[in-house]
Design a protein around this ligand. Sequence first.
Ligand code: GLY
Ligand code: MN
Ligand code: MN
Length: 548
Amino acid sequence: MKNLFVLIVLFSFVFGYGQKSKLSAEHYHKVREVFRQKMPDNSVAVLFSAPIRNRANDVDYIYHQDPNFFYLTGWHQPHSVLMIYKNPQTDSQGVYYEKIYVPERDIYMEMWNGKRYDLEQVKLLGFERAAERGDFKNDTQSLDRFDRVLMFEFKNDIRSQKTYVFRDNVRYKVDDPNDLFDLKAAFREAINFPNDFNRLAHSAYQRIMEADEDSLEEAREAVASIVAGDSLLIYDEIIKDFLNKADQDFYREVKRKTAFALRNYNFDIETLSLIMADLREVKTKNEVDLLKKAVAISVVGQIEVMKAMHPEMGEREIQGIHEFVYRKYGAADEGYPSIVGAGENGCVLHYIENDKEEIQNQLVLMDLGAEFYGYTADVTRTIPANGVFSPEQKALYQIVYDSQEASINAALVGNSFRSIYKLSYDVVAQGLLQLGIISEPSEAKKYYPHGLSHHIGLDVHDPGNYLKLEADMVITIEPGIYIPENSPCDPKWWSIGIRIEDDILITQDGPVNLSAGAPRDWEGIEAMMQQESALKDFILPEIKTLIQ
Ligand code: GLY
Ligand code: MN
Ligand code: MN
């Protein structure tokens, strides 16, 4: 029993700190200022740090800060809250527009996890006001003075944390009264957040309140599209009346009822996402620099794997080479679970088992991205395990390549996401028609089932409005063709999955392919696979020879 206790104490892993920021206090202060400009009058935005998530038993997942919180703060620790105010607030020291709440020092836990950053460090990050997290509970008491409290909807993914207290030099494990769970609970109570909250109904009510007599039709369309997400809402009396009766006098009555239904609430779960999408879709120069580095590291991973690959390798070993390269350059993490799929596995879009032991002569789809100081690349190459594309692999590969070329060349300021997707789809459809794999362009959707592009940044799928391309956006361009076994075409095409994915910086002078360093045409890939690998002499003993 005694031994068991020692074991538990030694292996209690709470990975409490995320990765620090590389960017300056000035950077973050400026970002918060731009954020504030976009806030509605007399509003406050409340953002929480990410929760600590449990992996199993007494081991937690490595902490990763919430990207929106990190974007505005650069603060990498849990149990923290940020408030930004549209209008000036005053206290005994004068006027301020922002306040961050962070955990206090905890010498005992620091023995396990390293120095916890506290008020002194957070002040270095340039916040106008910083307080210990317990103060947040007091400050929630006056949230009703704002017209709107901007927030993200609560996610049901946190648990109450334990902490330690000492009495007479004895250590006791107790609930932590100020962990994120409790801070959120206090906040929920302060804003009267209903237990049976219906997000779509709330959005519909807000949309009704925002409409005026000139924009009634537009508002009706918006509410109808909200209702499409939950058709039971059609039975809600207010929504039903709003959608069905066009009379303006009647609208005033509906609005009065809506105002009454919302009378107890000043929270707003829509606007914060919209502001963050507006901000995050266009990168600052500092962010572009970090993204360039993340992409360059990922490119080296692809190149080293091209050189090292041979048919006896397994998917996991390939994954390991990429990730080893990332660590070698100081990237702490991958931006998403690595995808390494050979043959049929390459046809599974987000395949992450990566456990096929021998890749033989198949095509290997490798979709991996290094995360460098929070910013993630997203690069895919698809290469033949034996170094040479078969005629079928090459024919399909060339279509995906041509499709990607068409979209990259069209990735110009002012063009829409929709238009570059259409270009890429049309090339794939034409190619599949010519090979006799489909007989109608619309059938290409079956083999090219995903979108073409997304923003990258602190999230691999970064938020944005996804309308027109603007300078300083960084997006992926990633067409693909996937023909799983038993598809309705000649079996010679089966089990071929191909995606080519590059990270493109949009500029006034045209697209810049940040991942161009990793060959992506079939000739370039075959030539790179001929080159000698630095891992050629990295030969480990066979494990079975080491097991007694
Ligand atoms: N790696 C996920 C994606 O390409 O979107
Ligand atoms: Mn992607
Ligand atoms: Mn990807």
